[in-house]
Design a protein around this ligand. Sequence first.
Ligand code: RB5
Length: 148
Amino acid sequence: MRIGIGNDHAAIELKKEILNYLSEKGYEVINFGINEGETVDYPNIGEEVGNAVANNIVDYGVLICGTGVGISLAANKVNGVRACVCSEPTTASLAKRHNNANIIAFGARIVGVEVAKDIVDSFLNASFEGGRHLRRVNLFKDIEERQK
Ligand code: RB5
């Protein structure tokens, strides 16, 4: 499975930890984020990872900024993206199971590295449950169409 990871300058260390963690688990991880000594405006990274997910260049995205909020807001502007900010693993699991989230986001100023690992594990190990949730998730597409 291919994962796109993205971060701004608030999340360089946590991005490295999560990138290594996922790589060691056997995921192919593409780094769209920045590294030491660089700064970036988080909407640009959110858009890049959003496009990679929407265009099936990666299967899922992991976005990290200070809070996870700004970078997920940007990703959600890309049609087909369902990015959820999570600060704990239960929401991360339900975001996939019920909302068919394709990007998980969290904040380096909010969660520690062990909780962040639990969040990505819960997200990646969960499966969309379909059924009544599919009808609701399909309504997101209707909203996108009405915005065109
Ligand atoms: C950058 O300082 C910070 O604003 C950003 O990482 C993020 O928290 C925005 O939502």
